[in-house]
Structure formats: structure tokens, C-alpha cells
Design a protein around this ligand. Structure first.
Ligand SMILES: [Zn+2]
Length: 506
């Protein structure tokens, strides 16, 4: 019998949580339908390597570990309301909808997140839960942005309470800020940390909250705010290489929970980003390569074709299958700016200290952020009663069709993933101090301190940790023969940060 490799929870939505009072909304029950259909068609759903976990409703006690009793009772009361009452209820909270199925579906989403995270933490097998309503905007005392209960915060709290994990890192790559998770975990102390990548545009993008910038007073949240749109796989992977993976290495959690929203996908009407299925799969793979169990929980994602394809490839990444290489592209200057500011704020961690040290060694001044506190130029003008209608309009058909064509051709290109001929190897050469070169897919390095530090940072940030140890720099020159990058399937050119290391201006 084949060994189970991945846990999956798929909510089949017997009762449907959908907005009852308007004809168009982007967060619909179709989202889970398209994921299910894609996984069925591709055969993944019935793959014997997958263990399907049953769904479960969270208890009120579990939900109240994060949310107030008042708010939980308030949501509960919607089950028996008529549509007019439900709409009036929703005007108390920013951009949510409820119907008579919501109470049950929200409990199922939270309970499923708890059970997935528990199974992943105990058995150290990765997993993903395809659930809705999403959770990462939900705050302790209020729903927000389609989110009723904060599924990942509740799951993290339960994992800690039950002793299934001692330290939990939540990584949120949904295109929107994890403002709710940020608030829900604030009181949990330093055993939980959140890193959120999101559209920010200096605070002019929703939710327009100053707390979603780099500078805020939430001690266990690190924000990676993006001040521009159109960002690519390479940009997102640079954030993982330079900030997220090193932060995971520094924090040493025993569990990673991913708020896996797919609205940074190309073609998404909310994100305006260009992340591909290969990009999402690569981010997941980079986190898996830390050796820490990964539990992914669905958040947003509104371009249905991309949502289905992203889900499929993230699941393949979780299964350990070979994933398509991302297209290496020059990194957007806005990413370098975000990374520099974040490094400046968090320079006490070893990775960030090493970057500073390296800059000095190669004659560059240390990163200093002289614009602290001034990155927020937004304004938050909304207040109750909130609008409940006409908030979303679909893209024009022509635009949607263009994105569908683009996605289709990308997915076709994935059908023939070939292993690169030349495995990417690292080779020590006994030559000039800070010699660094690439030849035939090999990274050649000299014996200088700066170049060693640079390579060490690259290894920490981008590569399989089994090759990285504290003694990396102590290895005798002659002992260094060759090292395979990652799982040996990547070529140097596929690591976009190598040629575009934004911190060092090489
Ligand atoms: Zn989102």
C-alpha cells in the first residue's frame, strides 16, 4: 500500500454560503467547485498518495479562543434571519455577506483548518484545506473582507494549546494584507509569528490601514508591503529568498501555516499581479525545503481558471512532484525597496546582520532606512454602516479571455517539464579572494570572506537547508567538491535572485 504523502480537506458545500441579495460577487461557492473539478479531472483528487480528512465544525469554544463571545453570538444569530435582516447585519461589518448557511460553513471552515493543521503538525506530512469563507481579514470582534472567522489564527491557537506545536509561523501570500490575523495573534505572544506579503501602495490600497505597512506596533507580525502592481514570480520568490525563508530559519518554528490566497495570480481582478501556478508551487516548495511541516489553508483567489490551476500545482508541490521552473526576470525596484526597509527594521536577526556585514565587506554602506514612519500615505474613510452592494464589477470579457489564453499557454508549457541537463553545482576554486563566477551551470567561488558570506546567504535563502549548517564557513577548502542546489533539478539561472540580488548591487 502506498504511503500517504499529503492531507487534503475539500469542502463540498452541501449548503451554499453565497451573497443572497445581489447578482454579482467575486467570493462565491463556485470557487471551491472549480478547484474540486480540476483536481478530479487531473486525477489528483483520487490519487492514492492523498489522505482526505473529514470536515468538522469548530466548537464555539474553539472559535472563542480567538473571537469574542459577542461576535460569535452575533454571527450565530444570522442563521435564522431573513435576507433583509442578513443584509442589515452585514452593514455593521466591512465588506462581508451572510446567508442562512454561513454560520455552519464558517464553523466547518474553522474546524477543518484546525484538523488539517493538527494532522500536519502531529504527523509531519504537509497538507492543504480548500475551505471558505476565507479568514485572514476577520478580527477578534468583527468580520471583514469576506471573512467570518479567522481560520488560520484559530488553528494556530489550537495547535499551541494542545502542544502539537511550540512555535508557529504563519506565512500569508494572499494579495491582501492579513490585517485580521495580525490582530488575532497579537495576544498570543512570540510563539506565533505572521509574515504577510500584500498590495499596499503606500496605504492607498484596501484595507488602507497603517498597521499593514512595515512600521507598526504588532510585535509578532512582519509585513512585506508592496508599493506597486504587476509583480512576478521572480519578485515574490525574491521576498521568499531574502526575507521569509531566512526569517523562518531564524525563528525555527515547528509548524508553518500558509494563508494560501491565490489572488496574486495573473488575471485576478483583485490583485493585478502576475504570479503563475509555477510561482505559487515554488513558494510552497521553498517553505517545504526548510524541513518544517507546511499546512496550507485557502484564502482568496477570484480568477477561477487561475484559482483551479494554482490549487493543482500547489498540491503537486506538496506531493513532492517536480514543479515547473519559474521564468527568471529582473526584480522590480519596488521589491528591492521593500526588502531593504524590512532588513533595516529587523536587522537584529542573524541573516540580516550578515547582509549588513557583507555590504561593509564589499565596500557598500549598511542599509539604513531614513524614511521610517513615512511610508503610509493612505486614508481610511469607511465606517459603519458599510456598503453591501455594488462593490465589485467584473473585468470585461475581452480582458478575461486574454488572461485565459495566457494561462492556457502557460499550463501547456508545463506539460513537458524537462530536467535541466546540467545540475546546478557549487564548486570551490582556490583562486582570488573574492572570485565569483558561473561556468556551465556551476557556481565557482574563491576564498575571500565576502564571497563566502554571499554564497552562504544565497544558500540560506534559496537552497535546500540540508546543505546549510552553521559550520558552512568552516569547511576546509579542499573538502568542497560540489553541492547540488535544492533537489538537484534547478539550474543557477532558475534562481532569479542570484543574478538580481537587490541588496548588493553586484
Ligand atoms: Zn485576498
Amino acid at each position: 500500500m502506498s504511503k500517504k504523502k499529503v492531507y487534503v480537506i475539500m469542502d463540498r458545500q452541501e449548503e451554499r454560503h453565497d451573497q443572497p441579495w445581489s447578482s454579482y460577487h467575486i467570493e462565491t461557492s463556485k470557487r471551491l467547485d472549480v478547484i474540486y473539478e480540476r483536481l478530479k479531472e487531473s486525477g489528483l483528487f483520487d490519487d492514492t498518495r492523498i489522505e482526505h480528512l473529514p470536515r468538522r465544525e469548530a466548537t464555539e469554544k474553539e472559535i472563542q479562543s480567538v473571537h469574542t463571545e459577542r461576535y460569535v453570538e452575533d454571527v450565530k444569530s444570522t442563521e435564522t434571519m431573513n435576507a433583509d435582516q442578513q443584509e442589515a447585519f452585514c452593514s455593521k461589518y466591512e465588506d462581508i455577506f451572510v446567508n442562512s448557511a454561513t454560520w455552519k460553513r464558517a464553523k466547518l471552515a474553522a474546524g477543518s483548518a484546525i484538523d488539517l493543521v493538527t494532522a500536519v503538525a502531529i504527523n509531519r506530512i504537509p497538507g492543504i484545506a480548500f475551505i471558505r469563507p476565507p479568514g485572514h481579514h476577520a478580527m477578534p470582534d468583527e468580520g471583514c473582507g469576506f471573512c467570518i472567522f479567522n481560520n488560520v489564527a484559530i488553528a494556530a491557537k489550537e495547535a499551541l494549546r494542545c502542544g502539537f506545536a511550540k512555535k508557529v509561523m504563519i506565512v500569508d501570500y494572499d494579495v491582501h494584507a492579513a490585517n485580521g490575523t495580525q490582530e488575532c495573534i497579537e495576544s498570543m505572544g512570540d510563539n506565533v509569528r505572521l509574515i504577510s506579503i500584500h498590495r499596499y501602495e503606500n496605504g492607498t490600497f484596501w484595507p488602507n490601514m497603517p498597521q499593514t505597512g512595515i512600521y507598526h506596533n504588532y510585535n509578532n507580525t512582519m509585513n512585506l508591503p508592496l508599493n506597486t502592481t504587476g509583480l512576478t514570480d521572480s519578485d515574490y520568490c525574491a521576498l521568499f529568498s531574502h526575507v521569509i525563508i531566512p526569517s523562518i530559519q531564524s525563528f525555527k518554528p515547528d509548524l508553518i501555516i500558509v494563508s494560501s490566497g491565490f489572488d496574486a495570480s495573473l488575471g485576478d481582478p483583485e490583485g493585478y499581479m502576475n504570479v503563475t501556478p509555477a510561482g505559487f508551487a515554488t513558494m510552497i516548495r521553498m517553505m517545504m525545503n526548510t524541513g518544517i511541516p507546511v499546512a496550507a489553508v485557502l484564502e482568496g483567489g477570484y480568477f477561477l481558471e487561475a484559482l483551479a490551476a494554482d490549487s493543482e500545482w500547489v498540491l503537486k508541490a506538496l506531493l513532492g512532484e517536480q514543479i515547473p521552473q519559474i521564468n527568471p526576470e529582473p526584480i522590480n525596484p519596488a521589491i528591492a525597496d521593500t526588502i531593504s526597509r524590512v532588513l533595516s527594521k529587523y536587522e537584529e536577526t542573524s541573516f540580516f546582520r550578515k547582509v549588513q556585514e557583507l555590504r561593509k565587506l564589499i565596500g557598500q554602506s549598511p542599509i539604513e532606512d531614513d524614511v521610517k514612519q513615512t511610508d503610509y500615505k493612505g486614508e481610511r474613510t469607511v465606517h459603519a454602516p458599510y456598503d453591501t452592494r455594488g462593490i465589485y464589477t467584473p473585468f470585461a470579457d475581452e480582458k478575461v479571455n486574454k488572461f485565459k489564453d495566457l494561462l492556457r499557454s502557460l499550463l501547456q508549457s508545463y506539460e513537458t517539464i524537462e530536467k535541466p541537463d546540467i545540475p546546478c553545482v557549487f564548486k570551490y576554486v582556490n583562486t582570488d579572494e573574492n572570485f565569483l563566477d558561473v561556468q556551465d551551470g556551476q557556481l565557482l567561488i574563491g576564498s575571500g570572506k565576502a564571497v563566502k558570506l554571499f554564497v552562504e546567504l544565497l544558500f540560506i535563502s534559496a537552497l535546500d537547508p540540508q546543505f546549510v549548517s552553521d559550520s558552512f564557513l568552516d569547511v576546509k577548502d579542499t573538502d568542497f567538491d560540489s553541492i547540488r542546489f535544492g533537489d538537484g533539478l534547478q539550474s543557477l539561472g532558475s534562481i532569479p535572485t542570484f543574478k538580481n540580488f537587490p541588496l548588493l548591487q553586484l
